[in-house]
Design a protein around this ligand. Sequence first.
Ligand code: HEM
Length: 391
Amino acid sequence: MAGVAAAAGGAAPAASGAARAAEVDAASRPVAFHGEHQAGIATPTSDHVQFVTLDFVSDAVSDLRAVMLELSAAAGQLMAGRPVGALETGIQPPVDTGEAVGLGPGRLTVTFGLGPAVFRRGRFGLERHRPRPLVELPGFSTDALDPGLCGGDLCIQVCGEDPQVVFHAVHNLVRLAGPAAVPRWSLAGFGRTRNSRHGTTPRNLLGFREGTENIVAEDEHALKRFVWAGTPESPSWMHGGSYMVVRRIKILLGGWDQIGLDQQERTFGRHKLSGAPLGADQEFAPLDLARRPIPSDAHVRLASPDYNDGQRLLRRGYSYTDGIDHSQSSASGGQLFICFNRDPRRQFVPIQRRLAASDALSAVTEHIGSAIFACPPGPRAGGYVGRTLLG
Ligand code: HEM
């Protein structure tokens, strides 16, 4: 497929009428909440995200279990396109807030993860269950972190095709989590990173195609090797789950917009319009770092598996906008970088260390938020996310 797609300038081959109809049908069908893996990890990414983290107020494991039960039940309803509770309640406030009525599920996915602080001694009594890959992320040399945009005991990643449906899910899940859990930070995004063989590769806010060399949802072998938690490094309650790293990366768009096209392309090591590696003319041409004129500080060279012990990431990032950046007299925005790892100690951490040390992209980016979560396996029918840990 890569060759054909490249010949079409990066677009996937035109689907036949029947195949296209099947794709449209799949796109309008709800995504299943129950299964071996949580939805929203190896699910082809939909166009919008809203991400929120919460902190538990209580340290009682029974409260933690009750929240996960309640949120899982609500997520199952929301992903099926149903309200989370009564809409017509007379003098009582409606249980479901109502703004998604009539809109359908829009391929909604809800993904939950637990932060390292949940396993801290003296809290829920879960310290001996803490997975070794769930490390506190080390500081990186280019970090400019704002503590208000970092961490969280629980994350909820909601993705979908309709931003109103996505917002409605977050709105209701946050309400249902209270008062046992309170929101900490949240961010909405659009313009997904490609993670499926189908369709064209979207562009980020810098105008470059993003996700060309990503792990794709159809690549079972790569998912098993680089995404799904397993033996020996993860405890059995995490098998089939994954570790999510989230970074809020501000992009200094004013500065970037002053950089010549050649230098923009050298920053990534790829051509801007086609997405092809420098020196090639097709998006999916091999990177071939030994032969092509890709600078030593280019983003794709430093992030490549060739430089990182063969390690890869499943990226599911989104762009975000954030008003005006007065220091740059420009629109403010960046990337909500989200990636899934089998073991971040061998994947995200060393890759980000290498990028922080010499990535040309660092001249126009600032990592201002950061968090890590263990996303348990998917719930079985009648079960809830976290049951493998909480019983
Ligand atoms: C604002 C921040 C970032 C932007 C705009 C960005 C953009 C890009 C672009 C345009 C590509 C080339 C096309 C592709 O294969 O997707 C790429 C590749 C990649 N990026 Fe980033 N990226 C950012 C941050 C990061 C971070 C923080 C990491 C990991 C720590 C990362 C890891 C990767 C990897 C693994 C690749 C594929 C390299 C390869 O195998 O060719 N990126 N990125």
